[in-house]
Design a binder for this molecule. Structure first.
Ligand SMILES: [Fe+2]
Ligand SMILES: [Fe+2]
Length: 656
């Protein structure tokens, strides 16, 4: 920085000095030295001022305190003081701005000497101050850099989204080094297993440029490729002035297209824990040139024109090489962590899906049910996120909560694995083997009666009894059907049992052959569906089996709710559900209310239940609304489900 030397003489001592005739330094003879100094300071511009005062001792304190307001590197002053009387006690800092004390007049020769001495002193003092300041600035910069490194470590560890992570890595790298632009490349493998570099993220402070991802070869045909292959750091002062024999060359097409001038470049590899290059950070145009700026401050200097590129861009300081390597190391760890987390999540996802597929394949009755319910739940969560009006607008799901709901839905019926699949497959009121046994017994009775009456030659009685038994066989067949027909089951059973006396016969052990045994009667009395009370309880037990199984999985904290959500999928708002008969929205989280709707809808709409065919969509919707009327399902959620066709998920019935 330029300096300007000035001599200021108080009018009170103007007659005490003899000014050299060849003096080239401006000299001001002033009554008010402070005012004169103020004006000089105002007009100094970027220059440093070296001021030498000639003044009486009593004017010194005022001048000294005024000048002390400025940094010593900007304004340095000293003085030749005149005093005749007894000296008052002089202390620092006043003493420090006195270069000489005179009680007699100053000759031309002495004046010459005093000026030389004073300005030499000021120069030394100013340079020392400047050095100190630079040292301090360097310290502050290093402190900021270290602080930034710690912050990078913290924030990179916390960030789970890779895109945000890349943006952060580049932003912080540029900020630390004062770079104007930068890009991040990530190592990938193509289908043949060959490495390549994907240009993932880029930002130029001085230009508002959009960027598109592209791929470059993993070889030394580019600067980033060279760094990736060699694992070396490249610090280039000016890419346009590179040695033609250098192992890499710079491609100027970006500069030409965007009217930019890439000059200095710092490129470092990102190495993982196995020392493999997982990416490259490339920084462009350090902006610390010619000023006392730290990287952190110069980050926001704009490069507008050619002159700016020439004057403000400087090579990257050598210390940034190791600093950026440290950042790249942190970044690599964070990226690897994210990759591994995603891999584990993916593996777990696949494991859950494969397990659910395996379980559902045992039971064609519910094949695909869990996937469809999961898809509908995810649809609902996404739909809720975009509701702007009404009570549902308050419900919001984060990405993690949607994943949690999806997992809970995939696993909600997992407990069925512990239940005898025959119960799920029970298509009629009696199990096939029980029905076959009943028919066999009635056939045995038929043959026995036929034989008995043939022996005693009672043809007419025989025909009456045998045709009654045939009628019973038809009734039994009717009773066994699962259809919700308008038949009075008790009356039919009564009709059969009324024949017991008339159709008496003994088996080989002398026991009466019954027309119906109590278990058969109980099953024939089932009013809807095919399951008796005991079987229904066993099936309902799947919820607790699911809960016990899913609870054993060591879920990460953000998925802690999965077991509880899965456990509540058969709870109903009015308390008529199971297993805990929970009641009201306070007891039933929105996830469980959503899952209950999806679960019922799929049971109705799926074509694969043993005891019923798939219902028409309109009928399914009517039934859902009826469930709302009865207070079992959440009306607002059901209406959203119907209005937005949440059932048309990728995997849901009727969907694509
Ligand atoms: Fe279930
Ligand atoms: Fe289910």
């Amino acid at each position: 920085m330029d300096e300007e030397r000035i001599i200021l003489v108080s009018e009170k001592v103007g007659n005490r000095i003899q000014v050299p005739g060849d003096l080239r330094i401006p000299l001001y003879l002033e009554k008010d030295l402070q005012e004169c100094t103020r004006k000089l300071v105002q007009t100094r511009g970027e220059k440093n001022l070296y001021l030498v005062y000639f003044l009486p001792l009593d004017e010194l304190p005022q001048i000294s305190s005024f000048v002390n307001r400025f940094k010593p590197a900007e304004i340095a002053c000293t003085s030749v003081v005149f005093s005749e009387g007894p000296l008052p006690p002089l202390e620092s800092p006043l003493l420090e701005v006195i270069s000489d004390l005179r009680s007699t007049n100053v000759s031309e020769l002495e004046m010459q000497f005093l000026l030389n001495k004073s300005f030499a002193e000021l120069e030394k003092r100013s340079k020392n101050a400047l050095r100190k300041e630079r040292h301090l600035t360097g310290h502050i910069d290093s402190y900021h850099d270290l602080q930034a490194l710690i912050d990078i470590g913290k924030s990179l560890t916390l960030e789970k989204d890779t895109d945000t992570l890349l943006r952060q890595i580049l932003h912080l790298s540029k900020k630390i080094t004062g770079a104007d632009a930068g890009s991040i490349f990530i190592t990938e493998h193509n289908a043949q297993g060959n490495k390549l570099l994907r240009f993932r993220y880029s930002h130029t402070f001085s230009k508002d440029l959009s960027y598109e991802e592209f791929i470059i070869p993993f070889d030394d045909s580019s600067i980033a490729g060279y760094v990736a292959v060699s694992g070396k750091v490249l610090n280039i002062a000016d890419v346009y002035a590179m040695d033609p024999g250098a192992p890499v060359s710079f491609n100027r097409s970006f500069d030409e297209i965007h009217n930019y001038r890439t000059k200095s470049m710092l490129v470092v590899p990102m190495l993982n824990h196995l020392d493999q290059v997982i990416g490259v950070i490339q920084l462009i145009n350090c902006k610390e040139a010619g000023r006392n700026r730290t990287g952190n401050e110069s980050f926001e200097v704009l490069l507008k024109d050619r002159e700016d590129f020439e004057l403000k861009v400087t090579p990257f300081d050598i210390r940034y090489e190791s600093l950026l390597q440290a950042v790249a190391g942190q970044a690599a760890i964070a990226l690897e962590n994210n990759r591994m987390i995603r891999q584990i999540e993916h593996q777990f996802d696949e494991f859950v899906k494969s397990s659910v597929t395996a379980i559902e394949s045992q039971d064609p009755a519910t094949s695909g049910h869990s996937f469809r319910v999961a898809a509908m739940c995810v649809n609902m969560a996404r739909l809720l996120n975009i509701q702007e009006k009404g009570p549902l607008a308050e419900i919001q799901f984060t990405g993690t909560q949607i994943k949690e709901l999806e997992m809970a839905a995939l696993l909600h019926d997992f407990g069925k694995v512990y239940i005898n699949p025959d119960i799920f497959l029970k298509g009629k009121k009696l199990f096939p083997h029980d029905y076959a046994f009943l028919k066999l017994r009635l056939n045995f009775l038929y043959r026995t009666l036929q034989l008995q009456y043939a022996q005693v030659h009672q043809e007419q009685a025989r025909e009456t009894k045998l045709s009654a038994l045939k009628e019973i066989m038809l009734l039994v067949d009717e009773l066994n059907k699962p259809s919700v027909l308008d038949i009075d089951r008790n009356e039919l059973i009564g009709q059969i049992l009324d024949q017991s006396k008339a159709l008496q016969a003994e088996d080989l052990e002398g026991n009466q052959i019954p027309l119906l045994v109590p278990e058969e009667i109980e099953n024939f009395r089932i009013p809807r569906g095919t399951l008796n009370k005991e079987e229904r309880l066993i099936i309902e037990g799947h919820v607790e089996h699911t809960y016990a199984f899913v609870s054993r999985i060591p879920w990460p904290t953000e998925y802690q709710q999965i077991p509880e959500i899965a456990r509540k999928h058969h709870e109903m708002l009015n308390g008529s559900g199971y297993p805990e008969k929970l009641k009201g929205k306070d007891q039933l989280p929105v996830q469980a209310r959503i899952m209950a709707i999806a679960d019922i809808f799929d049971a109705l709409a799926a074509a694969d239940r043993p005891y019923k065919k798939a219902l028409e969509l309109k009928r399914c919707i009517d039934i859902l609304r009826n469930e709302v009327t009865q207070g079992r399902l959440d009306g607002e959620l059901v209406e959203l489900f119907i209005r937005e066709e949440a059932y048309l998920g990728k995997n849901s019935p009727g969907g694509a």
